[in-house]
Structures are given as C-alpha cells and as structure tokens.
Design a protein around this ligand. Structure first.
Ligand SMILES: [Fe+2]
Length: 295
C-alpha cells in the first residue's frame, strides 16, 4: 500500500470576507494572508503534486491539516469542490489544523463540510468527527483533531479529554490484531515555538496513552518544513514524520512524503520516501529516507 502525505495546503481565499467576518482574530490572519501567505502558497503547485500522486490509482492520500486560512464558510466550500475534483472519499483522509478552527464558527460551516474525508469506516462509534478510525485492509488510520481556537499570533493545539478517552478505546480495540497503526495529528509531538506556544499543549497526556499501545507511525504537519523524528513508546522508537507545506515551493522544489507499507512473513515493513518536483528541470525525483521492519 502506498500512502502519500501532504499538509498545510492553505488554499487561496477566493471570496472577499465581509466586514463582519473580520471583526475577530480573522483580521490579523487576513492581513497576514494578503501581505504574506497569499504569495507563498500557490494552488498550481498543489495541482502538480496531485497529478503525480494520482498516477497511482491504488494509493491513499493523507492531508494533515491547515487546509484553509481563516475558517470562512466560503473557504470550506471551495476546499470541498477543489479536493472533490481530485479525490473520491475513500482515497483521502484529512484532519484539521489550527487554521481550520481559526475562530469559533457554526458546526455546519466548518470542517463538517469535508466530513466525507473524515468518515469512520470501522464499527467504531460516531458522534463527533474526531477521532476517526479508517481501516484500509490491515492498515488502521486514526485521525485526531488538535485544532482549537487560540488568541491572535498563537497557534497551539490541544487534544480534548473526550478525544483522549476515545483514542484509548480505539487503540484498545485494535490491539488484539496485527494492524499497522498510523496516527494523524496536525501538531507535532515535540515542542514547537517559544514555551511550546505553537505546539501541542497537552502532548504529555496523549503520549501517556500512546505508551500503552503499539503504534507504528505518527504523521503531522504544522511546521511547513519536513521533519523526521522518533518518539520512544513502550521502549520502541516510533517514526514521526512531518510533511512540508505542499503548496509552497522551497529552494525551487515542491515536496511531499510517501510511505510504502507492506507485510512480509507477518511482519510489517515500512519504507519512507521524499518525492520532489524540481522546478528548474521540471522533473520529479525520489529519495529514500527510511526503511524499517517491525518485530
Ligand atoms: Fe498549523
């Protein structure tokens, strides 16, 4: 199974926000967007990557948050149309980032509009959108929301108590079988920013739960640059990968990550690749980042 990992796509704002839309934290975000982000994140870059990803019709794609910018209803409508023109619901799994829960808004006007990509296809509970459990053969994708509203200039995340309990339940239900378990969360499990003000505030509560289970891979976004780390859970080093912003060219390259996951003699094997589009040569290149067999 090939999984492609994209993140922080920050789709363009195509409908001018109204005056009342901006009477909150969105004003700061809108100024930042028009003066800075708008020039950095280019939807044409994304289209280039999507075409490459979709050359493999059997693969699955994971998008680890920050799909929009200001959490406007019109942004989620555009995101639903744009993503829908490339990915049927069974081909994409998404989780929200801090920009997808930028200010408090009506549930129906929010990530709810992208719920087809967060649907739980297991027999597990369903009430709120997160966490969800998606089973693709023996691969279990657990999508967690760390997206909470924060004051202007802050971008921290938090996993709610309700989600922590549900994550425990999901992982417990998976522990009886040999699933390859992938956790998705927007914020990384390591510190980020001064006093972790851009990071996951209650990461230790989540890590404490994860310590009781076999986790195979943790994927995140938020940093806008590629990240490779390991976290020790149950005395095993679990790989953690952060995908760079997929809509942003960095050093003349567009980059996303690919995970080749298969089972040989009942042991899971993971190979991780960096796939880059080189703008100067107009060609893609692939580099292997890691190869791991799980005992
Ligand atoms: Fe973020």
């Amino acid at each position: 199974m090939i999984i492609s990992h994209i993140s922080d796509i920050h789709l363009p704002i195509t409908v001018q926000p109204s005056f009342s839309d901006l009477l909150n934290k969105r004003l700061f975000g809108y100024i930042n967007h028009t003066s800075n982000r708008k020039k950095i994140h280019d939807i044409e870059n994304l289209k280039m990557i999507f075409h490459d990803i979709l050359k493999n019709p059997d693969g699955h794609t994971i998008l680890t948050g920050d799909i929009v910018n200001l959490s406007l209803r019109s942004e989620f409508e555009s995101a639903s149309d744009f993503l829908g023109s490339y990915f049927p619901k069974e081909k994409l799994s998404i989780i929200p980032g801090n920009h997808d829960n930028y200010v408090k808004c009506n549930y129906e006007d929010s990530m709810y509009m992208l719920r087809r990509y967060t649907s739980d296809n297991s027999d597990h509970r369903q009430g709120s959108l997160f966490p969800y459990l998606k089973l693709i053969n023996d691969i279990a994708i657990v999508g967690i929301s760390t997206a909470v509203t924060s004051p202007p200039l802050m971008s921290w995340g938090r996993v709610s108590e309700i989600q922590l309990n549900a994550i425990t339940e999901i992982l417990h239900s998976l522990s009886k079988d040999n699933y390859f378990i992938i956790l998705l969360l927007h914020h990384p499990l390591h510190e980020f920013g001064f006093l972790n003000f851009k990071g996951l505030l209650n990461k230790n509560s989540l890590i404490k739960i994860l310590n009781d289970f076999n986790i195979n891979l943790i994927l995140h976004g938020h940093l806008h640059t590629e990240s490779q780390k390991k976290i020790s859970l149950k005395d095993v080093d679990v790989p953690c990968f952060g995908a760079p912003s997929t809509s942003r060219a960095d050093g003349g390259k567009l980059t996303f990550l690919k995970y080749n996951i298969d089972k040989v003699n009942d042991k899971w094997r993971l190979k991780v690749y960096r796939r880059s589009y080189i703008m100067q040569t107009k060609k893609f290149e692939t580099q292997i980042l890691m190869s791991n067999t799980y005992d």
